[in-house]
Structure formats: structure tokens, C-alpha cells
Design a protein around this ligand. Structure first.
Ligand code: GDP
Length: 498
């Protein structure tokens, strides 16, 4: 238990319907009572039970300031595990400032970033993986991302890690008994059974690691660059995804001279794409356009997802080829736009650069799972599409008509498939931070080393050493043995009031 009592605004700063100031600590009720006075005579804050609400007003320097509702939580049944009073007033910045000042004058110390959640962790209310889930839930960009973090907050990851630890501890116990007490008749552990158990644990970790990239996309969204030559339909594509006329569309090349940005929510999973429509990539003597193109190239370099647009009604040229090459190995989708016009684009020219897994930007992306469903395209290496020809589309190539709203759903499905988000089970255990990913990767590495030790005939005691390392990495992952620095790092990412 901490001996200070802290306060902070728990709702976002700025005007709002209501604002909530949270007070937590051993003197929460005494301090709140110096600020808040119930409207019903005879009722007092100090006498209030946990999980009750009182209506009244808050006061500063003897002046009545605003109507207030006080929500009471008694230790240990509160978010932090301490006595907590939440005071809700009208959400005007001046009112909130008065309430916060009144709480400070009553003796509450201003809370540091993440201090409420840190106290919940220190008081054993939540584990470190759950604290990270709180962070994920607060910052989730889309519905599915929020669901993913909610499952972690519910303890899905903590339970999965506990299961793995129990399995490895029991294996190690058996090994130790067998090595230390040979005369005690401990049944020998068959290498086959040992390897099967270790492989099973490694497979669980491999599954978590595989889903990490797609989960990160669900939680945070993905920076997406729309690139291509002038006039291929990039701005039309941005407008299709945005669902309104965000960018100016004209038949004139060079209309988009700077980067136009728009966040959109996509498909069934509600992934957030932070779209950047860039100036058409071409040689130009126009200084302003050249700067726009430089910014466009920078967006292409930084993007987690590239939507490379080509004009399917014109033959592919050197600039198209250069763009395709820039997409090689990236998480990129080739969009052959203007599919309503007669096809003249030889997609065989670009197909090799969109054939691979391209998951460099997405740790959770898996090779071979990202082929687009065929509709009206040609196979890789084929020539221009001939009317009436029905072949599956190759790799990551999608034929599109960006000015037809009916194509939005197809495009959304293709993007979700490429990002792997459609396959994520948001109710299942998932890694929700870089810290967790690094610890899971280390644990998996030690399990793989244990399996290699068995395969190479080093004996089960050598494998046991690797298992101990794996167990230590899992304890780090769950937070039981996380260093002070690691814990500090987790809470430093929170904002004040959380
Ligand atoms: P950008 O320079 O790449 O941003 O291209 P725009 O989005 O400004 O589009 C250039 C021109 O192509 C405009 O006249 C659009 O209406 C037209 N266009 C865009 N997409 C399509 C499409 O799918 N089919 C047809 N026929 N025209 C399109």
C-alpha cells in the first residue's frame, strides 16, 4: 500500500459533458470530504459504503463551484485496491481546474503518469500483462483492437502463460528428480515424451508471436501510403476508402501536390488506416511538385502498408516498374485501377514484385496466406487481361474500379487478408506490447534450443537448462520477475489520470 493520496483528471482534457477527478489513497475519503458536500442533510462522505454514489456540490475556498456526483469505492474493492473517490462535475476546463485545485488544496498529491494503474499492479489487483492491456484499451484505434485488449485485461494472456509455466515447471521437476535421485526409482522421462511436451509449448508461443503483427494493426491502425504515377486514380481511391470527397480529383496529372492525409475505419474488423495520398511519382521540373514527390517517397518508405496504384487502361511503363520494384518485400498491394476500361496493362511486368509474403513490416504476417481471391484478373506472368478471361489474381494484385463505390468492400477484404487481421481471434490470448513480444520470442528461442539439445543427443539435463531459461523468460513476460526498469517502461507510456 502507498502512503500518499493522489488525484488527477481521469477523463480527457478539454470541454466535455462531464469530467471525472479520481482521488486514491489512504486519506481519499477525508480529503474528498474537504471538497465535496452531499446535498442530503445527514449524509456524509466518510460514512458512505463502497459502490455508492452521493449527489452534492464541490467547494473551493468556501465557495460552492458546481454540482458533483461522488462515487465511493472502499479498499480493496477499487481499481487501485485503495480507498477511491471519483468526483464527477461538468466537463468545462475552468470547472475542472477548480476541482483539481480544490483536491490539491485538500492535501491530495498530483498523480504521475499511469500512477493509478501502477498502484493497481503494486497492490496485486492486476498483473503486468493486464496493466499493458489497460494501456491498449485506452489507445485502441478500432473495435477489434479494443476487443483484443479487453481479452488481455480479462486475463486471457496471463492464463495462457500460467498454463505454459505449469507445464514447464512440471517437466523440470520430473527432470530434476530423475537426475538428482537416481537411486529413488523415479521413472525415466522418455526423450520422445519430453520433446512432445516442449514442442507443444513452443507451438503455443509460435501462435502468439504469429498473431502479434496483425494484433498491433488492430490495436494501433496502420500508416498506409497510396502511391503511383500521376492520374492513375490515387485520389479517387482515397475518396473511395474515406467514403467522401476528401481529395480533389481531376483528369489533370499533378493535381495532388502535397500529401493528403485521412484516417479511415475499414471492413468488419474496423481497422484504422492512416491514409496518405501522395503526389504522383514522376520526373518534374516544377519545384513544388518535386517537393510533393519527395514527401510521397518518404511516406512510401515509412508506411506499414503500401497501396500501389497502376492504370490498367494503359501499358505499363518504366515508372510503373520502378514503383513495383520499390514495393518488393514490403507489405504492399498492387491495385490495377480503371478495370472498367479496356485492359492494356501487362501485369506480368509487376507481378514478381507482389508475389512474395512481403511481411517485413508486419511481424505477424505469414507467407502463403495472402493471396487475393481471384475475380477478374490474370495469373502472374500473364499478358494484358483479355475480356471474358477468368483467372485467379496473382499474389497481391487486385483489379479495381476506384470510382465505383461497390468496390470498397472488395478492397477492404483484400487489405484485411493481406494484414492478417481477418484471421485474428480477438477473444483469445494475445501479446499486446513490444515488451511482451520480446519476452515471448526469448522463451520460444530457449524452447527451440531445448529441442535442438535433445535432437543433437546432448541429453535431457542440457535440455533442462534451456527449459529453465524459457521459464525465466515466461516469468518476465507475466511480470512476476520483470525488472524495475521494465515495469518503469510500461507505466511511462501511460498518461496522467490512468
Ligand atoms: P491521381 O492523380 O492518381 O490522384 O488520379 P485521380 O484520382 O485524380 O484520377 C485521375 C482521373 O482518373 C480522374 O478523371 C478520375 O475520375 C479517373 N479515374 C479514377 N479512377 C477511375 C476508374 O476506376 N475508372 C475510370 N474510368 N476512371 C477513373
Amino acid at each position: 500500500m502507498q502512503d500518499t493520496t493522489i488525484c488527477a483528471l481521469a477523463t480527457p482534457p478539454g470541454p466535455g459533458g462531464i469530467a471525472v477527478v479520481r482521488i486514491s489513497g489512504p486519506e481519499a475519503f477525508e480529503m474528498a470530504a474537504r471538497v465535496f458536500c452531499p446535498a442530503s442533510p445527514g449524509r456524509t462522505l466518510q460514512g458512505a459504503k463502497g459502490y455508492t454514489a452521493l449527489f452534492g456540490h464541490f467547494y473551493r475556498a468556501g465557495q460552492r463551484c458546481d454540482e458533483t456526483v461522488a462515487l465511493c469505492f472502499r479498499a480493496p474493492k477499487s481499481y487501485t485496491g485503495e480507498d477511491v473517490v471519483e468526483l464527477s462535475c461538468h466537463g468545462g476546463p475552468a470547472v475542472v481546474e477548480q476541482l483539481l485545485a480544490a483536491c490539491r488544496e485538500a492535501g491530495a498529491a498530483p498523480a504521475g503518469p499511469g500512477e493509478f494503474t501502477r498502484r493497481a499492479f503494486l497492490n496485486g489487483r492486476i498483473g503486468l500483462t493486464q496493466a499493458e492491456a489497460v494501456m491498449g484499451l485506452i489507445s485502441a484505434a478500432g473495435r477489434q483492437g479494443a476487443a483484443l485488449s479487453a481479452a488481455a485485461l480479462d486475463g486471457a494472456l496471463a492464463r495462457e502463460i500460467d498454463g505454459l509455466k505449469t507445464k514447464l515447471t512440471s517437466l523440470l521437476g520430473h527432470l530434476d528428480a530423475w537426475v538428482d535421485f537416481p537411486e529413488e526409482d523415479v521413472p525415466a522421462l522418455a526423450p520422445g515424451a519430453f520433446c512432445a511436451a516442449v514442442s507443444e509449448a513452443a507451438a503455443v508461443l509460435a501462435g502468439l508471436l504469429r498473431q502479434y503483427g496483425a494484433g498491433a494493426v488492430l490495436r494501433r491502425g496502420v500508416d498506409t501510403a497510396i502511391v503511383g504515377r500521376p492520374n492513375v486514380g490515387k485520389s479517387t481511391l482515397l475518396n473511395l476508402l474515406a467514403g467522401f470527397e476528401r481529395a480533389i480529383v481531376t483528369p489533370l496529372p499533378g493535381t495532388t501536390r502535397d500529401v493528403v492525409e485521412q484516417a479511415v475505419s475499414l471492413g468488419g474488423s474496423g481497422i484504422r488506416l492512416n491514409l496518405a495520398d501522395t503526389a504522383g511519382l514522376r520526373e518534374t521540373g516544377d519545384l513544388i511538385e518535386a517537393e510533393g514527390i519527395r514527401r510521397g517517397r518518404a511516406k512510401l518508405e515509412q508506411a506499414g502498408l503500401v497501396l500501389a496504384v497502376f492504370d490498367a487502361s494503359r501499358p505499363a511503363d518504366a515508372e510503373d516498374l520502378a514503383l513495383a520494384k520499390a514495393c518488393e518485400g514490403r507489405c504492399a498491394l498492387a491495385l490495377l485501377n480503371k478495370s472498367d476500361l479496356p485492359a492494356r496493362f501487362d501485369e506480368g511486368v509487376i507481378a514478381p514484385y507482389f508475389a512474395g509474403p512481403g511481411g517485413a513490416a508486419l511481424p505477424g504476417d505469414t507467407a502463403g496466406q495472402n493471396n487475393m481471391d481471384g475475380r477478374d484478373g490474370t495469373a502472374a506472368g500473364g499478358g494484358a487481361r483479355r475480356d471474358g478471361e477468368e483467372k485467379p489474381e496473382a499474389g497481391r494484385i487486385l483489379h479495381l474500379c476506384a470510382n465505383d463505390p461497390a468496390h470498397r468492400a472488395r478492397l477492404a477484404a483484400a487489405i484485411e487478408k493481406l494484414l492478417g487481421t481477418a484471421a485474428v481471434d480477438v477473444g483469445a490470448a494475445a501479446l499486446v506490447s513490444e515488451r511482451q513480444h520480446a519476452a515471448a520470442l526469448a522463451a520460444k528461442g530457449h524452447l527451440d534450443a531445448a529441442l535442438a539439445a535433445c535432437r543433437e543427443g546432448y541429453g535431457l539435463d542440457a535440455a533442462g537448462v534451456c527449459l529453465e531459461d524459457a521459464l525465466a523468460a515466461l516469468c518476465e513476460l507475466s511480470g512476476e520477475s520483470a525488472s524495475e526498469a521494465a515495469i518503469e517502461e510500461v507505466f511511462s507510456q501511460f498518461c496522467v489520470g490512468k
